[in-house]
Ligand binder design. Sequence first.
Ligand SMILES: Nc1ncnc2c1ncn2[C@@H]1O[C@H](COP(=O)(O)OP(=O)(O)OP(=O)(O)O)[C@@H](O)[C@H]1O
Ligand SMILES: [Mg+2]
Length: 327
Amino acid sequence: SQMSAFGTIVGGDTKMRQMFTLLEDVAATNATVLIEGETGTGKELIAEEVHNHSPRRDGPFVVFDCGSVPRELIESMLFGHVKGSFTGAITDRRGAFAEAHGGTIFLDEIGEMAIDLQPSLLRVLDKRAVRKVGSNTYEKIDVRVVAATNRDLRAEVAKKAFREDLYYRLAVIRVSVPPLRERGSDIPLLIQHFVNNFGPGLNVTTEDMARLVRHSWPGNVRELRNVIERASLLAKGQSINLEDALVSEAAPSLGIRTDLPFKEAKGQLVEMFEREYIEDLMRRHKMNLSAAAREAQIDRKHLRELIRKYGLDPRAKLDGDDEPAED
Ligand SMILES: Nc1ncnc2c1ncn2[C@@H]1O[C@H](COP(=O)(O)OP(=O)(O)OP(=O)(O)O)[C@@H](O)[C@H]1O
Ligand SMILES: [Mg+2]
């Protein structure tokens, strides 16, 4: 009787099936839901599907990320403000709660909300009414609240970093999403799901499948999704190209090649740095060696060697230690 998918959420693992059954029941109600889980486990997708399976599905689904809004703007963004209530409030503004009227508000990263702002949120949840910043009247709102966190909120409560009353107000229904490494049997299902999305018709070899199942997935489903997306884009022939996808996965912002021996990877990175640094330095100084060396605080001889090493400008006269004419 248990379900193996809930809307677009894929999962065959026992814990996931139990969760789907719970979500199905909960979606029909107006109960506040708290979703807990590591990054990338699907918290936002779950919130969306709760909304889509609820009688509010034709109303708005409003996402509010408590972690990304500057502290001093949170109240105005959540509850709205009236014109003139603070510098910069040049018009009236509706907040996220008013925008979600008739639908669902998703309070993401609720654990990031500053403790002194928590009472005003608690008041709104209790009264089901909002008061705009700078106003003294309450406006009734009909909103379903779903919140999510990747922190252990009860531990935050114990540390007095999160209000206990707010915690219980949010955690009427608690949904805890297991990390992907604890539901290994879902990995092949998810791979199939993402291949269908990103490279329909492509195969996954048995070796690649085994490798993907073995991986620990610290970034959970999001990480798996990204790997399959890349492996599908890089496909050669009929199969996804996992090898190349994992190499670029291991090469984040700086392009660090963890697939090379340490010394080699470090050398490569240093060369990339030197080339870019010297190129830009010399361009800004129009190849004037002395000025460039002065600004960079390296000696001219060393700079000259670097320019030669990277063959940066054929115009540069680099032989000997004589001063270039432009000095
Ligand atoms: N069980 C699943 N089935 C299909 N897709 C999933 C599943 N879980 C997650 N995804 C997809 O993985 C990606 C990450 O999910 P989502 O953004 O919901 O995670 P999250 O828990 O909110 O992460 P974060 O804590 O980093 O915000 C999304 O593209 C989502 O659609
Ligand atoms: Mg999220």
